[in-house]
Design a protein around this ligand. Structure first.
Ligand SMILES: NC(=O)c1ccc[n+]([C@@H]2O[C@H](COP(=O)([O-])OP(=O)(O)OC[C@H]3O[C@@H](n4cnc5c(N)ncnc54)[C@H](OP(=O)(O)O)[C@@H]3O)[C@@H](O)[C@H]2O)c1
Length: 301
Protein backbone atom coordinates (compact mmCIF):
# COMPACT_ATOMS: atom_id res chain seq x y z
CA UNK A 1 0.00 0.00 0.00
CA UNK A 2 1.18 3.52 -0.79
CA UNK A 3 2.75 5.51 2.03
CA UNK A 4 0.81 8.68 2.72
CA UNK A 5 2.60 12.03 3.00
CA UNK A 6 0.79 15.01 4.48
CA UNK A 7 2.50 18.12 3.12
CA UNK A 8 1.90 21.38 4.98
CA UNK A 9 2.69 24.81 3.52
CA UNK A 10 2.32 23.30 0.04
CA UNK A 11 1.87 26.71 -1.62
CA UNK A 12 5.32 27.87 -0.44
CA UNK A 13 8.43 27.56 -2.59
CA UNK A 14 9.70 24.37 -0.94
CA UNK A 15 6.16 22.93 -0.79
CA UNK A 16 5.67 23.52 -4.51
CA UNK A 17 9.13 22.12 -5.25
CA UNK A 18 8.23 18.94 -3.35
CA UNK A 19 4.99 18.63 -5.31
CA UNK A 20 6.92 19.15 -8.55
CA UNK A 21 9.17 16.20 -7.61
CA UNK A 22 6.29 14.07 -6.34
CA UNK A 23 5.47 12.38 -9.66
CA UNK A 24 8.89 10.67 -9.51
CA UNK A 25 7.66 8.82 -6.40
CA UNK A 26 4.54 6.88 -7.41
CA UNK A 27 4.74 4.78 -4.24
CA UNK A 28 3.86 7.86 -2.18
CA UNK A 29 0.42 9.47 -2.00
CA UNK A 30 0.78 13.20 -1.41
CA UNK A 31 -1.85 15.18 0.43
CA UNK A 32 -0.91 18.84 -0.07
CA UNK A 33 -2.33 21.44 2.30
CA UNK A 34 -1.75 25.11 3.00
CA UNK A 35 -3.19 27.44 5.56
CA UNK A 36 -6.52 27.91 3.74
CA UNK A 37 -7.35 24.22 4.36
CA UNK A 38 -4.94 23.27 7.16
CA UNK A 39 -3.75 26.00 9.49
CA UNK A 40 -0.99 24.35 11.48
CA UNK A 41 -1.53 26.80 14.35
CA UNK A 42 -4.99 25.31 14.92
CA UNK A 43 -4.50 22.11 17.00
CA UNK A 44 -8.11 20.92 16.50
CA UNK A 45 -7.85 21.31 12.72
CA UNK A 46 -4.54 19.43 12.74
CA UNK A 47 -5.96 16.62 14.87
CA UNK A 48 -9.08 16.27 12.67
CA UNK A 49 -6.95 16.20 9.51
CA UNK A 50 -4.67 13.53 10.94
CA UNK A 51 -7.71 11.42 11.97
CA UNK A 52 -8.99 11.71 8.41
CA UNK A 53 -5.75 11.27 6.43
CA UNK A 54 -3.81 8.90 8.69
CA UNK A 55 -0.45 9.85 7.13
CA UNK A 56 2.75 7.85 7.49
CA UNK A 57 4.80 11.04 7.15
CA UNK A 58 4.28 14.75 7.67
CA UNK A 59 6.55 17.03 5.68
CA UNK A 60 6.18 20.41 7.34
CA UNK A 61 7.22 23.18 4.98
CA UNK A 62 4.78 25.66 6.54
CA UNK A 63 6.58 28.53 8.21
CA UNK A 64 6.63 32.25 8.89
CA UNK A 65 9.59 33.18 6.65
CA UNK A 66 9.46 36.98 6.47
CA UNK A 67 12.72 37.65 8.31
CA UNK A 68 12.27 41.42 8.62
CA UNK A 69 8.51 41.18 9.17
CA UNK A 70 9.04 38.86 12.14
CA UNK A 71 10.83 41.64 14.05
CA UNK A 72 7.48 43.40 14.61
CA UNK A 73 5.29 40.28 14.53
CA UNK A 74 6.85 38.05 17.19
CA UNK A 75 3.56 36.43 18.28
CA UNK A 76 2.62 35.25 14.77
CA UNK A 77 6.14 34.04 14.01
CA UNK A 78 6.24 32.19 17.33
CA UNK A 79 2.80 30.62 16.77
CA UNK A 80 3.76 29.24 13.31
CA UNK A 81 7.45 28.47 13.78
CA UNK A 82 7.36 27.13 17.31
CA UNK A 83 3.99 26.52 19.01
CA UNK A 84 2.49 24.83 15.93
CA UNK A 85 5.66 22.78 15.45
CA UNK A 86 5.45 21.65 19.09
CA UNK A 87 1.88 20.47 18.42
CA UNK A 88 2.89 18.66 15.21
CA UNK A 89 5.66 16.88 17.10
CA UNK A 90 3.24 15.81 19.87
CA UNK A 91 0.76 14.47 17.30
CA UNK A 92 3.53 12.64 15.40
CA UNK A 93 4.87 11.05 18.58
CA UNK A 94 1.36 9.99 19.68
CA UNK A 95 0.37 8.58 16.29
CA UNK A 96 3.70 7.11 15.14
CA UNK A 97 4.02 9.52 12.22
CA UNK A 98 7.50 10.38 10.90
CA UNK A 99 8.01 14.16 10.91
CA UNK A 100 10.22 15.99 8.41
CA UNK A 101 10.74 19.58 9.49
CA UNK A 102 12.89 22.41 8.09
CA UNK A 103 14.89 24.96 9.98
CA UNK A 104 17.36 27.66 9.10
CA UNK A 105 20.97 28.83 9.08
CA UNK A 106 19.67 31.88 10.99
CA UNK A 107 19.66 29.83 14.22
CA UNK A 108 23.39 30.65 14.28
CA UNK A 109 25.00 33.93 15.36
CA UNK A 110 27.47 34.01 12.47
CA UNK A 111 30.37 34.88 14.78
CA UNK A 112 32.29 31.70 13.94
CA UNK A 113 34.80 31.81 11.10
CA UNK A 114 34.17 28.22 9.95
CA UNK A 115 31.02 26.56 8.56
CA UNK A 116 28.47 25.51 11.20
CA UNK A 117 28.06 21.79 11.81
CA UNK A 118 24.95 20.28 13.40
CA UNK A 119 26.53 20.31 16.87
CA UNK A 120 27.44 23.99 16.79
CA UNK A 121 25.86 26.23 19.42
CA UNK A 122 22.72 28.07 18.32
CA UNK A 123 22.45 31.76 19.19
CA UNK A 124 19.98 33.41 16.81
CA UNK A 125 20.32 37.15 16.21
CA UNK A 126 16.78 37.85 15.02
CA UNK A 127 13.15 36.96 15.83
CA UNK A 128 12.76 34.65 12.84
CA UNK A 129 15.87 32.68 13.83
CA UNK A 130 14.79 32.58 17.47
CA UNK A 131 11.30 31.26 16.70
CA UNK A 132 12.73 28.63 14.31
CA UNK A 133 15.23 27.58 16.99
CA UNK A 134 12.40 27.27 19.55
CA UNK A 135 10.62 25.03 17.01
CA UNK A 136 13.74 22.85 16.80
CA UNK A 137 13.93 22.69 20.61
CA UNK A 138 10.29 21.60 20.81
CA UNK A 139 10.88 18.72 18.39
CA UNK A 140 14.02 17.60 20.22
CA UNK A 141 12.19 17.67 23.58
CA UNK A 142 9.18 15.69 22.31
CA UNK A 143 11.40 13.33 20.33
CA UNK A 144 9.13 11.90 17.62
CA UNK A 145 10.68 9.86 14.82
CA UNK A 146 11.79 12.54 12.43
CA UNK A 147 14.31 14.48 10.43
CA UNK A 148 15.12 18.09 11.13
CA UNK A 149 16.78 19.66 8.09
CA UNK A 150 18.48 23.03 8.42
CA UNK A 151 18.82 24.83 5.12
CA UNK A 152 19.87 28.28 3.89
CA UNK A 153 19.27 30.99 1.24
CA UNK A 154 16.55 29.03 -0.56
CA UNK A 155 15.70 29.80 -4.20
CA UNK A 156 13.45 28.19 -6.81
CA UNK A 157 11.22 28.92 -9.77
CA UNK A 158 8.34 29.42 -7.33
CA UNK A 159 7.07 32.44 -5.38
CA UNK A 160 9.33 35.28 -4.29
CA UNK A 161 12.98 34.61 -3.50
CA UNK A 162 16.36 36.30 -3.92
CA UNK A 163 16.88 35.03 -7.49
CA UNK A 164 13.51 36.30 -8.68
CA UNK A 165 13.89 39.57 -6.79
CA UNK A 166 17.27 40.23 -8.44
CA UNK A 167 15.81 39.51 -11.89
CA UNK A 168 12.93 41.85 -11.22
CA UNK A 169 15.18 44.64 -9.85
CA UNK A 170 17.64 44.27 -12.73
CA UNK A 171 14.88 45.09 -15.20
CA UNK A 172 13.86 48.21 -13.27
CA UNK A 173 17.08 49.75 -11.90
CA UNK A 174 20.36 51.05 -13.32
CA UNK A 175 22.24 50.37 -10.08
CA UNK A 176 21.85 47.91 -7.21
CA UNK A 177 23.50 47.89 -3.77
CA UNK A 178 24.00 44.35 -2.50
CA UNK A 179 25.52 43.20 0.80
CA UNK A 180 29.04 41.84 0.62
CA UNK A 181 29.76 41.03 4.27
CA UNK A 182 27.22 38.25 4.88
CA UNK A 183 28.22 34.86 3.54
CA UNK A 184 26.25 31.64 3.15
CA UNK A 185 25.44 28.78 0.79
CA UNK A 186 22.44 29.15 -1.53
CA UNK A 187 20.09 26.20 -1.77
CA UNK A 188 17.89 25.14 -4.65
CA UNK A 189 14.47 24.21 -3.24
CA UNK A 190 14.30 21.67 -6.09
CA UNK A 191 17.48 19.93 -4.88
CA UNK A 192 16.26 20.01 -1.29
CA UNK A 193 12.90 18.57 -2.34
CA UNK A 194 14.61 15.79 -4.27
CA UNK A 195 16.91 14.98 -1.34
CA UNK A 196 13.98 14.89 1.10
CA UNK A 197 11.81 12.56 -0.98
CA UNK A 198 14.74 10.28 -1.81
CA UNK A 199 15.53 10.09 1.89
CA UNK A 200 11.99 8.93 2.69
CA UNK A 201 11.97 6.56 -0.29
CA UNK A 202 15.31 4.90 0.46
CA UNK A 203 15.04 4.63 4.24
CA UNK A 204 12.74 3.11 6.79
CA UNK A 205 13.60 5.96 9.09
CA UNK A 206 13.35 5.74 12.85
CA UNK A 207 14.82 7.96 15.53
CA UNK A 208 15.31 11.70 15.34
CA UNK A 209 18.14 13.33 13.42
CA UNK A 210 19.31 16.85 12.66
CA UNK A 211 21.11 17.41 9.37
CA UNK A 212 22.26 20.30 7.19
CA UNK A 213 21.38 20.63 3.51
CA UNK A 214 22.45 23.41 1.17
CA UNK A 215 24.10 23.46 -2.22
CA UNK A 216 27.88 23.64 -2.23
CA UNK A 217 29.96 26.80 -2.52
CA UNK A 218 30.27 29.78 -0.24
CA UNK A 219 29.34 33.25 -1.46
CA UNK A 220 28.19 36.66 -0.30
CA UNK A 221 24.82 38.09 -1.31
CA UNK A 222 26.77 40.34 -3.69
CA UNK A 223 28.46 37.36 -5.39
CA UNK A 224 25.11 35.54 -5.54
CA UNK A 225 23.41 38.59 -7.10
CA UNK A 226 26.22 39.06 -9.64
CA UNK A 227 25.99 35.45 -10.79
CA UNK A 228 22.19 35.70 -11.10
CA UNK A 229 22.34 38.89 -13.11
CA UNK A 230 25.16 37.91 -15.49
CA UNK A 231 23.60 34.53 -16.22
CA UNK A 232 20.10 36.02 -16.59
CA UNK A 233 21.49 38.46 -19.13
CA UNK A 234 23.19 35.64 -21.08
CA UNK A 235 19.88 33.73 -21.10
CA UNK A 236 17.93 36.78 -22.28
CA UNK A 237 15.82 36.83 -19.11
CA UNK A 238 16.90 40.46 -18.65
CA UNK A 239 17.87 42.89 -21.39
CA UNK A 240 20.35 45.02 -19.43
CA UNK A 241 22.86 44.55 -16.62
CA UNK A 242 22.63 47.09 -13.80
CA UNK A 243 25.75 48.18 -11.94
CA UNK A 244 26.01 45.95 -8.84
CA UNK A 245 27.61 47.82 -5.95
CA UNK A 246 29.04 45.77 -3.08
CA UNK A 247 28.05 47.35 0.25
CA UNK A 248 28.43 46.46 3.92
CA UNK A 249 25.54 45.58 6.25
CA UNK A 250 26.09 48.95 7.97
CA UNK A 251 25.42 50.82 4.73
CA UNK A 252 22.32 48.73 3.98
CA UNK A 253 20.56 48.39 7.35
CA UNK A 254 17.79 45.82 7.57
CA UNK A 255 15.16 45.50 10.30
CA UNK A 256 16.45 42.07 11.32
CA UNK A 257 20.13 41.59 12.05
CA UNK A 258 21.55 38.76 9.95
CA UNK A 259 24.54 36.53 10.76
CA UNK A 260 27.74 37.51 8.95
CA UNK A 261 28.59 33.84 8.40
CA UNK A 262 25.74 31.36 8.06
CA UNK A 263 27.56 28.72 6.04
CA UNK A 264 26.21 25.26 6.89
CA UNK A 265 28.68 22.39 7.02
CA UNK A 266 27.09 19.78 4.74
CA UNK A 267 30.00 17.30 4.72
CA UNK A 268 28.29 15.04 7.26
CA UNK A 269 25.14 14.87 5.09
CA UNK A 270 27.21 13.92 2.05
CA UNK A 271 29.09 11.21 3.95
CA UNK A 272 26.10 9.72 5.75
CA UNK A 273 23.84 9.57 2.72
CA UNK A 274 26.65 8.88 0.25
CA UNK A 275 25.70 11.79 -1.99
CA UNK A 276 27.65 14.49 -3.76
CA UNK A 277 25.64 17.69 -3.40
CA UNK A 278 26.13 19.90 -6.45
CA UNK A 279 27.27 23.51 -6.42
CA UNK A 280 24.75 26.33 -6.08
CA UNK A 281 26.00 27.70 -9.40
CA UNK A 282 24.96 24.50 -11.22
CA UNK A 283 21.62 24.49 -9.38
CA UNK A 284 21.12 28.16 -10.29
CA UNK A 285 21.73 27.34 -13.98
CA UNK A 286 18.79 24.91 -13.91
CA UNK A 287 16.46 27.38 -12.22
CA UNK A 288 17.39 30.17 -14.64
CA UNK A 289 16.78 27.90 -17.64
CA UNK A 290 13.29 27.16 -16.26
CA UNK A 291 12.65 30.88 -15.68
CA UNK A 292 13.85 31.64 -19.20
CA UNK A 293 11.57 28.94 -20.70
CA UNK A 294 8.60 30.25 -18.70
CA UNK A 295 9.32 33.77 -19.96
CA UNK A 296 9.54 32.56 -23.55
CA UNK A 297 6.27 30.65 -23.20
CA UNK A 298 4.50 33.70 -21.79
CA UNK A 299 5.80 35.82 -24.72
CA UNK A 300 4.66 33.19 -27.24
CA UNK A 301 1.28 33.08 -25.48
N1 LIG B 1 13.29 30.77 2.13
C1 LIG B 1 14.50 30.67 2.66
O1 LIG B 1 15.45 31.32 2.22
C2 LIG B 1 14.75 29.72 3.80
C3 LIG B 1 16.03 29.70 4.40
C4 LIG B 1 16.26 28.81 5.44
C5 LIG B 1 15.25 27.98 5.89
N2 LIG B 1 14.02 28.02 5.31
C6 LIG B 1 12.97 27.14 5.82
O2 LIG B 1 12.54 26.30 4.78
C7 LIG B 1 11.14 26.00 4.95
C8 LIG B 1 10.38 26.30 3.66
O3 LIG B 1 10.53 27.69 3.37
P1 LIG B 1 9.92 28.34 2.04
O4 LIG B 1 10.99 29.18 1.46
O5 LIG B 1 9.24 27.32 1.22
O6 LIG B 1 8.85 29.32 2.71
P2 LIG B 1 7.56 30.00 2.05
O7 LIG B 1 7.73 30.08 0.58
O8 LIG B 1 7.34 31.26 2.82
O9 LIG B 1 6.41 28.97 2.35
C9 LIG B 1 5.84 28.81 3.61
C10 LIG B 1 4.40 28.39 3.40
O10 LIG B 1 3.82 28.18 4.70
C11 LIG B 1 2.52 28.74 4.65
N3 LIG B 1 2.02 29.02 5.99
C12 LIG B 1 2.23 30.11 6.76
N4 LIG B 1 1.55 30.01 7.90
C13 LIG B 1 0.90 28.83 7.86
C14 LIG B 1 -0.01 28.18 8.75
N5 LIG B 1 -0.36 28.73 9.91
N6 LIG B 1 -0.51 26.96 8.39
C15 LIG B 1 -0.18 26.41 7.21
N7 LIG B 1 0.64 26.99 6.32
C16 LIG B 1 1.17 28.20 6.64
C17 LIG B 1 2.70 30.00 3.83
O11 LIG B 1 1.45 30.49 3.40
P3 LIG B 1 1.30 32.10 3.16
O12 LIG B 1 2.23 32.45 2.04
O13 LIG B 1 -0.15 32.21 2.83
O14 LIG B 1 1.68 32.75 4.47
C18 LIG B 1 3.56 29.47 2.69
O15 LIG B 1 2.77 28.87 1.68
C19 LIG B 1 10.69 26.81 6.16
O16 LIG B 1 10.73 26.01 7.30
C20 LIG B 1 11.74 27.90 6.27
O17 LIG B 1 11.86 28.38 7.59
C21 LIG B 1 13.75 28.87 4.26
Amino acid sequence: MNKRILLTGADGQLGQSILRESNKFPSFTFIPTDQHNLDITNPQEVSNELDKIKPDYIINTAAYTNVDGAESDYDTALAINSTAVNNLAVECKKRGIFLVHFSTDYVFSGKKKEPYNTHAKCAPLNVYGKTKWLGEQAILAINPNGLLIRTSWVFSIFNTNFVKTMISLASKKEELSIIKDQIGQPTSAHDLASFTLNFLFQNQPTGLDTIHFSNKGICSWHEFASEIIYKSYDLNIIQKKPLINAVTSEVYPQKATRPKNSVLDISDTETRFDIDIRSWKDALDDVLVLISKAKQESING
